[in-house]
Design a protein around this ligand. Structure first.
Ligand SMILES: Cc1cc2nc3c(=O)[nH]c(=O)nc-3n(C[C@H](O)[C@H](O)[C@H](O)COP(=O)(O)OP(=O)(O)OC[C@H]3O[C@@H](n4cnc5c(N)ncnc54)[C@H](O)[C@@H]3O)c2cc1C
Length: 469
């Protein structure tokens, strides 16, 4: 049996970072990966999806600057797919393995399973089983799979999930998308750009956890791209015959497509993880404390998607840094730095999760929405500003349309939420993240002067609107 200080199951972005931090903290770490080092994010999620979206966005940005293009311009779908292939390294994880090994991490290929207290068995590609023991900690970072909803006939119709949508070699002529969340909205945008005739079936509307104007703007943007956006009705039956998929809805509508993408959420990869050997329920999300320790254990941690705190790569990697550092500190007998905002806790998960949705228009959000703040009983002031009135925005694109909302906690005089919708707002988000995490008093924000003429001047306009309300 091989012994390591830390054994990490799952070599995605989160597991890799846990192992890296543990090694930097002076520990030995084994990283067990059953598929590809780099995880979902590198090969079937963040990177390929953004690679499919970026060319259409770049084209339309140029089209909205008078004089930037002479004559007609169009995407070249085969080149877009070829660039996506390069972005994902042609699904070869050799580079990620080299990085991990260079960082001093022991990489092990195979399916990892807990085998009781501080033990992990690994079934290698050849079926051989080895057992690893962990002196200090086992960290579970197996991520999630796409959830396929229980719609009669859907599974038999061989739907696309995010995996097929991000790795397809060509755009289907007609694509139906079931779902109204981020993956549904982004993939509908990408495939509409690539020439598919897209129908989006979003039962409850689009991007419902965000400020309502975000989903409305994204819906309008999708319609401009030619997407048929259907809400208020549910798919009731799906059939595949003669190469076509037919979707019937509760309103009696029939949608016919060449492929159907199920984008209705995620399910934790915990069914075959040996959870039962330590008294946990297979198939469940793993509840953790703020140092990412699984509730009831002092040696078992769960980081990234699998703990269901924030299903985003950057937030999982933030958790990974806290976990790796906490394990290393505990191993050398140092005190935990686990007060809120300490080095060993993922405090931001509760109040300050930034997210960008790469639709057209883009959506960038941090903290709480107005509705969430009011529901929590916070005394808030809410100010909106039309981004089209900002000088930098009107220069950025002809006819720039967008909106910003700032939610201020009146009791503390700090920003607790910001939502930006419009072209190129993604890069504005980090300023808002710093304001929220740093709890920068509104009075001090007046001294953070945005450069002229940039879209960031929206900050000044929001502060003025707040003062004059
Ligand atoms: C289409 C799509 C687009 C997305 N875009 C973004 C984005 O733009 N930005 C963003 O922040 N987030 C995005 N996300 C979310 C992001 O992909 C996840 O939050 C992130 O991948 C989670 O990282 P993770 O390490 O927890 O899990 P994963 O990336 O899923 O990695 C887990 C790894 O563990 C391995 N594994 C699982 N079980 C075992 C086992 N028993 N033994 C060994 N190995 C195992 C898996 O093979 C996998 O490699 C997107 C998601 C999707 C679906």
């Amino acid at each position: 049996m091989d012994e390591f200080d830390v054994v990490v199951i799952g070599g995605g972005p989160v597991g890799e970072n846990v192992a890296d931090r543990a090694v930097r903290g002076g520990l030995t770490a084994a990283l067990v990966e059953s598929e590809k080092f780099g995880g979902e994010c590198s090969y079937w999620a963040c990177m390929p999806s953004k690679a499919l979206l970026r060319p259409g966005q770049a084209l339309r940005e140029a089209q909205h600057v008078r004089g930037a293009l002479a004559g007609e311009a169009a995407l070249d779908p085969s080149e877009v797919f070829a660039r996506r292939d390069a972005v994902v390294g042609h699904w070869d994880d050799a580079g990620q393995v080299r990085w991990a090994q260079g960082a001093g991490i022991t990489t092990i290929r195979g399916q990892g399973r807990l085998a009781g207290q501080r033990r992990v068995t690994v079934t290698g590609p050849d079926g051989a089983e080895t057992t690893l023991s962990a002196k200090h900690a086992v960290v579970l970072a197996p991520g999630t799979d796409a959830a396929v909803p229980d719609i009669p006939g859907l599974r038999a119709a061989r739907p696309w999930t995010s995996r097929e949508a991000t790795s397809a070699k060509a755009a289907p002529r007609r694509l139906a998308v079931i779902g109204g969340g981020v993956v549904a909205a982004e993939m509908a945008t990408a495939y509409a750009s690539l020439g598919s005739q897209v129908t989006l079936l979003a039962r409850s509307g689009l991007l419902t956890g965000l400020e309502p104007f975000a989903g409305e703007a994204v819906g309008d943007g999708l319609r401009v791209l030619g997407v048929e956006v259907v809400s208020g009705e549910s798919p009731t039956r799906v059939t595949r015959a003669d190469g076509e998929v037919t979707i019937e809805t509760s309103a009696g509508r029939t949608v016919v497509a060449d492929e159907v993408l199920a984008a209705t959420g995620r399910t934790p990869r915990t069914v075959d993880l040996g959870l039962e050997t330590v008294g946990l329920e297979p198939g469940s999300w793993l509840a953790v404390d703020d140092t990412l320790r699984v509730e009831g254990f002092d040696w078992l941690y769960a980081a990234g998607d699998v703990n269901h705190r924030a299903l985003l790569t950057h937030q999982g990697k933030y958790q990974a840094r806290a976990v790796g550092d906490a394990i290393a500190a505990r191993a050398r007998g140092a005190a935990d730095d686990d007060a809120p905002w300490g080095a060993h806790v993922a405090t931001a998960d509760h109040t300050a999760v930034p997210q960008v949705i790469f639709t057209e228009p883009e959506v960038a959000a941090i903290g709480v929405t107005e509705a969430q703040a009011r529901k929590a009983g916070t005394d808030v002031a809410v100010v909106d500003y039309d981004l089209g009135w900002v000088a930098g925005a009107s220069l950025y694109a002809d006819g720039y349309a967008g909106r910003a909302r700032m939610v201020v906690d009146e009791g503390r005089g700090v920003v607790i939420g910001m939502t930006l919708v419009g072209p190129a707002v993604a890069e504005l988000l980090h300023a808002a993240t710093i304001a929220v995490v740093g709890e920068v008093p509104i009075a001090r924000l007046w001294h953070a002067v945005p450069a002229y003429p940039t879209i960031s001047e929206v900050w000044l306009r929001l502060l003025e609107a707040y003062r004059d309300r």
